[in-house]
Design a protein around this ligand. Structure first.
Ligand code: FE2
Ligand code: FE2
Length: 591
């Protein structure tokens, strides 16, 4: 409140010398002036024994002139003294023990209404200690470092500052001038911002899921709808169109509107904000009617229809290609809320950009995978359907084993590449008879060639990219067995070798990998591939039934290996418990 408008402070109207006359007149009217003049006059008479009207008139005029000069000179100071009393936030004087020694105006009224005698009753012992620790009673000038305290009485956060008081001789009075400032909005904003950072941090860690489910906007909107009734998120798409969705909560569930395209000619706040590059915000309470408010902001009809209740207030902000407009804040819109919008939009934009990049990256990756798969199909007798089924079985096993979304999604895309190495041995593949020993060893090299092809064709980022590493591992290890009877042989003197040599003879001196030495994705795809190969008809064999294949996988007599030993107990358990699903996948993808 502006103290100059307070009718209780007449000093506020003094602006010219005429005011001085007004003050003189006031002093003349003051009964105390007469009483003091009478006492002084009598004292002069007592000591001088000279009774004269001058004895009384001189003290009278001296008082009137001196007092009015002092009052005239301190007219602004009077206003300033009023200031603490007019503040909404408490300011007072307390002693060592926290006893309120002096308060005035609103502070006094507040403390009286809450029956506060000691400041501890207002901010607790902890709050009092926090202020007291900061006060240095020997320091004449310094105001204490502000401390943040909470009052359960007013349910507000305050920043408290204090200053020790001193006598003119410099001796500490043992009293402190204390003043509070309400920082509840800022505290709430800090808290909200912290929550936002945590929330978006969690979103980034679930980026793959956001890409897969295509629900990044829903996730951002969910956070926003904690504080607003609805939110419209608009993005400029590749055709430079403004396309967006409105989100609102209905029965605690998020609802998304159909896509809304805003024409370039729209006068909606989105465009005002874009043109002016600033936050646009307003509140209906500032306008005489809803009509005036509506016509000023040209809210899009589809947006209003979806929100389905009158717009009371909104905040609109944009950055880059994204605009966000929130409707009907659940609380008063403050400067902090606007700042919060800026942070929110920054983080939202980062997430949306990351999702877009991840999606683009996925598309490029899949293109490469499909290209390689096409090559594999030419080289082998395998069909596109075999490849798709191996992807599906592998995805299913990984999901049942409890791997994360990224693992499941990736293995479900690239298990298809397991035999890509066969493109390097077309002569062996096409042999119309059983292999001899040397041919078998050469054929087994398709694992090494496959890993090499993936590393080369996918660029030299294989080590960095999780998906490429997995693709390479699958190509290299899908013929390993858990009990160490598979190939390629990659262990020498306890060291696991990098398969650099392209000559099968170089591997003969090595030992096989076993157990945890084999990447799990290799074993998973190994089972998927073998189940499907046994079920399928090939040039050299007939197709087998699901039940027949189950028996062979459980114990393969030609190799003398049980399923559990071949793939490890974990994978085998998933297979046995869900074997019907493998039949369903096989039946679902027929030639
Ligand atoms: Fe293979
Ligand atoms: Fe295969």
């Amino acid at each position: 409140m502006d103290p100059t408008h307070n009718p209780k402070t007449p000093a506020g109207s003094f602006h010219n010398p005429l005011d001085y006359l007004h003050l003189i007149f006031q002093e003349i009217k003051n009964i105390w002036t007469y009483l003091i003049a009478l006492i002084v006059g009598l004292l002069i008479f007592f000591f001088s024994e000279n009774l004269s009207w001058v004895n009384f008139m001189v003290p009278f005029f001296v008082q009137v002139i001196a007092k009015s000069i002092v009052r005239f000179k301190s007219r602004d100071l009077n206003l300033l003294v009023e200031l603490p009393a007019q503040r909404d936030d408490p300011s007072f004087i307390m002693d060592h023990e926290g006893r309120i020694v002096l308060s005035a105006g609103k502070t006094k009224a507040l403390f009286e209404s809450l029956d506060i005698k000691y400041i501890q009753q207002f901010i607790g012992k902890k709050g009092f200690d926090a202020i007291r620790i900061n006060i240095d009673p020997t320091c004449l000038e310094a105001i204490t470092v502000p401390v943040e305290i909470y009052s359960s009485k007013t349910r507000k956060w305050y920043e408290a500052k204090a200053k020790p008081m001193f006598l003119y001789c410099g001796k500490p009075m043992g009293k402190y001038l204390v003043w509070f400032q309400d920082i509840s909005f800022r505290k709430e904003y800090d808290l909200q911002q912290k929550e936002l950072l945590q929330y978006t941090g969690a979103l980034v860690s679930r980026l793959r899921e956001l890409v897969k489910k295509d629900n990044a906007l829903e996730n951002i909107a969910t956070f926003i709808l904690n504080n607003y009734q609805a939110v419209f998120i608009i993005k400029k798409d590749e055709e430079k169109q403004f396309i967006g969705f409105v989100f609102k909560l209905k029965n605690n569930k998020i609802e998304r509107s159909a896509p809304i395209i805003l024409p370039e000619s729209s006068l909606a706040p989105v465009f005002q904000s874009r043109v002016q590059s600033r936050i646009v915000t307003d509140d209906i309470t500032r306008y005489a009617s809803e009509g005036i408010f509506q016509s000023k902001y040209h809210f899009d009809r589809q947006v209003l229809k979806f929100i389905d209740s009158p717009v009371q207030n909104f905040i609109n902000y944009h950055q880059g290609d994204i605009s966000i407009i929130v409707f009907n804040s659940h609380k008063k819109v403050t400067i902090y809320e606007k700042q919060f919008m800026e942070v929110l939009l920054n983080l939202s934009q980062s997430i949306i950009t990351l999702v877009d990049l991840a999606r683009e990256n996925d598309a490029q990756f899949l293109q490469k995978v499909m290209g390689l798969c096409a090559a594999a199909e030419y080289s082998d007798q395998i069909t596109g359907k075999h490849i798709l089924r191996v992807n599906e079985y592998s995805r299913f096993i990984a999901e049942k084993m409890g791997f994360n979304d990224e693992f499941v999604e990736t293995i479900g895309q690239i298990a298809a590449l397991h035999d890509i190495g066969k493109v390097a041995i077309p002569d062996i593949i096409k042999l119309p008879r059983k292999y001899n020993q040397a041919e078998r060893l050469k054929m087994q090299m398709h694992t090494v060639y496959g890993a090499d092809i993936i590393e080369t064709m996918m660029g030299y980022e294989t080590k960095k990219d999780f998906r490429l590493r997995m693709a390479r591992n699958i190509a290299l290890h899908h013929h390993q067995t858990y009990n160490g009877k598979g190939y390629p042989l990659l262990k020498n003197n306890g060291n696991i070798l990098v398969p650099l040599s392209k000559n099968y003879k170089d591997y003969l001196v090595n030992e096989p990998l076993s157990g945890d030495e084999i990447p799990i994705e290799g074993l998973i795809v190994g089972l998927a591939d073998r189940y499907d190969a046994l079920r399928s008809r090939r040039q050299y064999k007939l197709s087998l039934s699901h039940e027949e294949v189950l028996k062979i996988l459980a114990f393969d007599e030609s190799y003398g290996i049980a399923g559990e030993k071949w793939y490890g107990p974990e994978i085998w358990k998933v297979f046995i418990e869900n074997e019907k699903e493998f039949k369903n996948i096989y039946d679902g993808f027929q030639e």
